[in-house]
Design a protein. Structure first.
Length: 312
């Protein structure tokens, strides 16, 4: 849920923009590595703003070294269309408001700009990139994996953000987010985190939001439990692989394959019609082995899958 902590407020801000047609970058998402930037862009940002909120035409783009200069939009679209997972997330079509090339971003800066701190330095340094930050419209800065900014690197990034704000002549407070899965815990840890974030962003930071893993509510409810032996679990794995291979997730096919494998009598049946995913959740929430796995993992343990199977 780290990404949603800033994506949803960002979406709300952009949907409430009083001047949606005013040019300029509204939000800067800074990642420490291109691999992280790509993953977030392809499977979180693009599906949200390019598919679910497509009608609002909120533009977004990635300006990193992987976006080469003087490449056409058709070439970049062709490359992205080779990513089946991405195309599935986008409903098979690259949205027109996704700024795919450097030229597109310089001509019409995206509302959401994805980059890394090394490229941001170049964007502020080279005159040819000046159109990207020609308008004082920036509202939000996000630093992902904030724990990676330590020592001299943290100082460099802190000065880089101040350079950016000076370039844009920003005088108003900005909304800032720093995300990490490695925040320290302890009596005064939140105060230290807020102080570090204030120094890094050059902005007041008011709150540390922590995520807590909790078992699914269905795993906590009293129920009539059932157990399966190793052979039955292996057959269920075979059935699920078959459903994936055939792309046929239906209750009818599930029941048919259970009977074929001779384990239909071991799996509780449901009378009410449910979507397949909801069906699996409802049935297996009452499984003894699943509940044991949940209890074991809830202790914060990390264990190899084979080792987990042997323990359970």
């Amino acid at each position: 849920g780290k990404t949603e902590c800033f994506l949803y407020p960002l979406a709300q801000q952009l949907l409430s923009d009083p001047n949606p047609d005013e040019p300029g970058v509204r939000c800067l998402l800074i990642y420490p590595m291109n691999a992280l930037a790509n993953d977030q862009l392809y499977y979180r940002i693009a599906p949200l703003f390019g598919q679910q909120l497509a009608e609002q035409q909120i533009s977004f783009g990635r300006f990193t070294s992987q976006i080469r200069a003087n490449i056409s939009r058709d070439e970049e679209e062709s490359r992205l269309q080779g990513n089946d997972k991405l195309m599935q997330a986008l409903g098979g079509k690259i949205p027109a408001h996704w700024r795919l090339t450097r030229e597109e971003m310089l001509e019409s800066p995206p509302k959401i700009l994805v980059t890394n701190y090394a490229m941001l330095e170049h964007l502020l340094l080279l005159p040819r990139n000046a159109p990207l930050f020609a308008h004082n419209t920036l509202k939000t800065i996000v630093l992902d994996e904030i724990h990676t900014y330590q020592g001299a690197q943290a100082t460099e990034v802190a000065f880089l953000l101040r350079k950016l704000k000076n370039r844009l002549k920003i005088r108003q407070p900005l909304q800032v987010f720093g995300t990490s899965a490695s925040l320290p815990a302890g009596m005064d840890s939140d105060a230290k985190i807020l102080s570090f974030a204030k120094d890094l962003f050059g902005e007041e930071v008011h709150r540390v939001v922590r995520g807590v893993r909790v078992p699914h509510v269905r795993l906590q409810q009293p129920a009539s439990l059932f157990s399966l032996n190793v052979q039955a679990w292996c057959r269920i794995g075979k059935i699920l692989n078959s459903l994936v291979a055939d792309d046929n997730f239906s209750l009818h096919e599930w029941q048919y394959l259970l009977e074929e494998e001779g384990i239909a009598e071991q799996i509780p049946k449901l009378d009410e019609p449910l979507a397949f995913g909801h069906l699996l959740e409802t049935v297996f929430a009452n499984n003894i082995e699943i509940r044991k796995v949940s209890e074991f993992l809830d202790k914060g343990s990390v264990v190899e899958f084979k080792g987990l199977a042997e323990i359970i």
